[in-house]
Design a protein around this ligand. Sequence first.
Ligand code: MLT
Length: 404
Amino acid sequence: MFKINENYQKLPGSYLFSTIAKKVNAYSTANPDRQMIRLGIGDVTQPIAPAIIEAMHKAVDEMGKAETFHGYAPDLGYDFLRSAIVKNDYEARGCDISTDEIFVSDGAKSDSANIQEIFGVDNKIAVCDPVYPVYVDSNVMAGRTGTYDAATEMWSDVIYMPCTMENNFVPEFPKETPDIIYLCLPNNPTGTTVTKAQLQTWVDYANKVGAVIIYDAAYEAYISESDVAHSIYECEGAKTCAIELRSFSKNAGFTGVRLGYTVVPKELKCGDVSLNSMWARRHGTKFNGAPYIVQRAGEAVYSEAGKAQLKEQVGYYMKNAATIKAGLNEAGYTVFGGVNAPYIWLKTPDKMTSWEFFDYLLENANVVGTPGSGFGPNGEGYFRLTAFGTYENTVAALERIKKL
Ligand code: MLT
């Protein structure tokens, strides 16, 4: 008789955004006359920029001709894209990263879930609390997190680093030494970030204790302050302790196109074993390369026209962020984030729990957000709104919230 992976049975409930989608669909079905405004999941609303669409059309045409047709993509990514990434995301910021340290994938969500596979199950992970749920859930599936305590909503073998308004959402070094540290900066869900100097202390700490940092930089395009690092490799010594995850979803609207990449520096080693070789082996075995058309689209992100159009797109979403922040402040809420990230994190009013506020907003304003407690116990009493809606919907949502 076959056996299942029992670790899956330990997962409490369903994936956060699936739970929310079910709740919202049930409400919409029961109230078909209500115009819902969805500021929950961080999904983009603006169309793919013209320079990228043009590159995709060209690539589609190439696929239709025998002489320019492409079959399987190189499993680690086409050189044209890996070179564009190195030049624009690293060389331009003074980071010494080479093309064979870039692994192109179908997005940062899968990479952030899969990267744990190259580490032993006896590694101890440390996560910020609140946290993007994929980091913890993927480690639960792998059997690395111990037992779940429903009362505290914590796993026995996970180190939690609280990020609350009391510490300005900046994690402190944990008392217990971790092996793997997940950092998402600028942060999802709090929309806050740390300075480059603060990030440097994490790099120094990881190098000192022999830990690896899984650095999720999916939101780096939204950084507006000059003392914030766009890549962890801007910090001295990061190549011996950090893996960086990057996404094309948020900076270029690829949530439905799917493209991302992971950087594993060659200096990152466990004894004599290179993590770069391990990830190449894993990628080569389990992934057949992102589609040619999509990688050409990714290359166009770095064209002059693409860069200009995407700067405008990021500006559009950040105008939404400013609108949400100003509107909430006006309505008397305590608000964080939205300066270097497309998320706004607010304190729920009148000591409502995060889910109580979710229901209140859904039923009274027909606005969908994300309950902070869905990201971890220290998210309780907070709520997340995304700046990825349309400007018109964002303005309308705030008008509704102000009237409550
Ligand atoms: C979010 O809403 O947290 C993100 O959209 C999730 C993701 O990027 O997978």
